[in-house]
Design a protein around this ligand. Sequence first.
Ligand SMILES: C[S@@+](CC[C@H](N)C(=O)[O-])C[C@H]1O[C@@H](n2cnc3c(N)ncnc32)[C@H](O)[C@@H]1O
Length: 292
Amino acid sequence: MGRRKVLNDKFLNKLYVKDCVQFMKELPAESIDIIVTSPPYNIGKDYSVYKDDKTRLEYLTWMEQVAIESKRVLKKDGSFFLNVGGKPSDLAIPYDVENRFRKHYILQNDIIWVKSIAITKDDVGKSNGLKNDVMVGHYKPIQSRRFLNNCHENIFHFTKSGETELDKLSVGVPYQDKTNIERWGIKKDVRDRGDIWFIPYETIQESRPHPATFPEKLPYMCIKLHGVRKDLVVYDPFIGIGTTALACTELGVKYIGTDIDESYVRIAEERIRSQKHQMKLQPLETAIEIEG
Ligand SMILES: C[S@@+](CC[C@H](N)C(=O)[O-])C[C@H]1O[C@@H](n2cnc3c(N)ncnc32)[C@H](O)[C@@H]1O
């Protein structure tokens, strides 16, 4: 492993049109606090440049390269949040990727991202006061006599040692039984949320500029869980249309992003600009750098 160096400011708050593995080779060792990302799942998504149809072996070998290079650039106490899903006819994809990553990292948490859930009032119990059944969120319905609708994905939380301390209460939820607060001498009505996160897609847009984005709340919660500090540097190797950068701007932390698709990066830049405009912030230095 190379010597730890401070990341030069020139890298920060920028998106690069570059292959992420090549890009990480250029970053100093142990310079990134958090990596949060969602790679292609190899399920034939219709990206504009990337071809999402590698053989399984090619795909997993590539994912392992991402694991190896990311481990070099991640700080000792850093967090890598890897969101991966499968498809009903191939549910093992996330676990195969997880397996390759676990050759290099410790799986510290396995968060289940629930996109849609049905809770019937009978299952919740009377004391809760729930009057109706709850059916929330969006999923892609499938016509099949074999497979259930796929309503969740994984967010694997990898660390180098399994010892990274987290700010669990920053994404906590209120106690349901308030008597616990007094009984345990708890100062604030907030407890560990656990590893099942319901995060709905914001809206289903008619013409989507990218076929596979995650909701902004996903990277937002991952960054908060790791613990927000002013000097935090977050990297998304597969930034797409910039959702992770939006979460970073919202949290006031620094970001770096890469994607091989220039058209997505341009949309990302526009989204960041318009978010800053809405937040009435002074725009930070942003630039697109194109390889070659
Ligand atoms: C699942 S999408 C990520 C979407 C992103 N989370 C968002 O919300 O916009 C995966 C992205 O990886 C990009 N990609 C594919 N191969 C890449 C590579 N070698 N280096 C960097 N990006 C790559 C694709 O262009 C695609 O935008």
